[in-house]
Design a protein. Structure first.
Length: 276
């Protein structure tokens, strides 16, 4: 059966429904959460999705994140799967990912086509040491686990591929069968310092922005409602500091050649035959 791919507007609508589900759970459980990364940038600059963006990123202070992990699965509609590395088979990202199983994606950014479900990412905000040197060590420690994780994942996906960016010794250290363990170890390393007692905090579970994630904890000590696709959702009260750290002059649009999707996903609805 020929796949009928969703338009970008339809794709965004599915993601927006997922965001509303997370928002509803957080309100019911009185949990703190914020739009993050490109999703927050889209809210402030575009009052919705960045036109070429293809995902939703959220973040939660670690205490709220742990409660969400325990309680959300029972509250989510059955079409959603809440994935986490030590409880979900074949999932190895060191953060929460919620999948909508009605929608599959072809991920052409992965050198070969992988079919999986559309998702929303939720990252924990962890405490960091006040000392910048110790703080940088935290990021380096997490980065080391992240490299091991990427090596193991590459071996799982492309066992015969020659990966120029990976040195042979690093590839030798990794084992596909322990892939989720690397993610668990990375997550454990990230939560070394208490969010509530810290003077600095940031998202450590993903190394995308590195030490630019280090912010005064006051950035995350409250929230402000910002417009996103016709609704209102929480941004960290220090969103200007947050976005400036990550993107610099964040209200300035990037050059046209850089206005492209990061994941390059193509989504389609799964037919009843495929579900069987």
């Amino acid at each position: 059966m020929e796949k009928k791919y969703l338009s970008l507007e339809e794709y965004h609508a599915v993601l927006f429904d997922m965001l509303k589900q997370v928002d509803s759970i957080c309100h019911a459980e009185r949990l703190r959460y914020f739009l993050s990364g490109g999703t927050l940038l889209g809210a402030i600059r575009h009052k919705g999705f960045i036109p070429w963006d293809d995902d939703i990123d959220l973040m939660m202070p670690r205490p709220d994140y742990e409660i969400f992990l325990k309680k959300a699965e029972k509250r989510l509609p059955k079409r959603y799967i809440l994935a986490f590395p030590d409880r979900t088979k074949d999932y190895s990202q060191p953060w929460i990912r919620i999948f909508d199983t009605r929608v599959a994606v072809d991920d052409s950014g992965m050198q070969r086509t992988l079919t999986r479900s559309l998702f929303v990412d939720i990252f924990p905000i962890d405490g960091l040491p006040s000392n910048r040197t110790l703080s940088n060590l935290c990021f380096k420690r997490v980065r080391a686990w992240d490299i091991l994780l990427k090596c193991a994942r590459r071996k799982a996906l492309y066992p015969d591929a020659r990966l120029k960016w990976l040195k042979k010794p690093m590839m030798t250290l990794t084992h596909v069968r322990t892939l989720p363990k690397y993610a668990v170890s990375l997550n454990k390393s990230a939560r070394r310092y208490s969010f509530e007692r810290a003077h600095y905090a940031g998202v450590l579970a993903t190394t995308h922005y590195g030490s630019r994630e280090r912010m005064p904890v006051e950035v995350f000590r409250g929230s402000v409602q910002v417009p996103f696709e016709g609704g209102l959702f929480p941004a960290p009260i220090g969103y200007d500091t947050y976005l400036s750290r990550l993107y610099g002059d964040y209200m300035q649009l990037p050059p046209e050649e850089k206005r492209v999707s990061e994941h390059n996903l193509h989504a389609y609805l799964i037919s009843e035959e495929e579900k069987k």
